[in-house]
Design a protein around this ligand. Structure first.
Ligand SMILES: CC(C)(COP(=O)(O)OP(=O)(O)OC[C@H]1O[C@@H](n2cnc3c(N)ncnc32)[C@H](O)[C@@H]1OP(=O)(O)O)[C@@H](O)C(=O)NCCC(=O)NCCS
Length: 195
């Protein structure tokens, strides 16, 4: 969730291309709309991520445009197949009163779940946030019913903060709570040094 940042007004800086063992994280381009539509029309994916399932390719085209202007959303591409399998983001975290806070979010097409791709994507974005961006605290959250996402967050070593109640509009008109976590740069560095 939080894949859009409507407060962002300045032209977005170019996104760096990031590499992991099995994935490339790169900027979106308009040709990604069809691949996005292939999984963004899924009720399950959209429900867990908190957006309305896409009803047409046009919905996906608009989302790709939003991603391209955000300057904070990467397309996740599987190296082996060259397919765009999901997206992940590092938006400014406007819930904190510091310019050094980012918020991590991620979504993968359903056929790619359960293979460690989300964890691999997020590990690289955590590294990028702390080592290449001026990020001192990274936040992440999941809906209370999203156990897979909770597992990814735990594996990444984020600390539990609490539940933000009545926090996120859902497409069915209800409002979900968000279970919130964060990771400090100092914690990331200590873990890297094996402390
Ligand atoms: C959440 C999501 C990104 C996870 O992607 P993924 O590639 O399957 O994640 P990983 O394979 O890296 O890790 C998933 C972990 O969840 C565990 N898991 C799977 N189903 C689970 C369940 N029902 N309850 C608890 N844990 C579960 C897996 O076993 C795995 O942990 P393990 O490596 O210790 O076995 C993916 O399900 C998704 O895109 N969902 C829709 C969008 C979404 O929910 N985005 C997150 C918004 S906060």
């Amino acid at each position: 969730m939080i894949f859009f940042n409507r407060r962002q007004k300045k032209a977005a800086p170019a996104l760096p291309v990031l590499h992991t063992e099995r994935l490339v994280l790169r900027a979106f381009d308009p040709n990604d709309a069809a691949s996005l539509y292939a999984f963004a029309q899924s009720e399950t994916v959209a429900h867990m991520a908190g957006f309305t399932p896409h009803k047409s390719l046009e919905d996906s085209r608009k989302m790709v445009q939003d991603f391209m202007t955000s300057g904070a959303v990467w397309a996740v591409v599987e190296k082996r197949s060259g397919r765009m399998i999901g997206f992940a983001s590092l938006h400014t975290d406007h819930t904190r009163y510091t310019g050094h806070a980012r918020k991590l979010a991620y979504t993968l097409g359903e056929e790619y779940w359960g293979q460690g791709f989300a964890t691999e994507t997020c590990r690289e974005l955590v590294r990028h946030a702390f080592e290449e961006l001026d990020c001192r605290v990274l936040a992440v959250s999941h809906f209370p019913f999203n156990h897979k996402s909770k597992r990814v967050i735990k594996k990444l070593g984020f600390a539990y903060e609490g539940v933000q109640r009545y926090a996120h509009d859902l497409p069915d008109g209800s409002v979900a709570d968000l279970v919130c976590y964060s990771l400090l740069r100092s914690e990331y560095e200590a873990r890297k040094q094996g402390k």
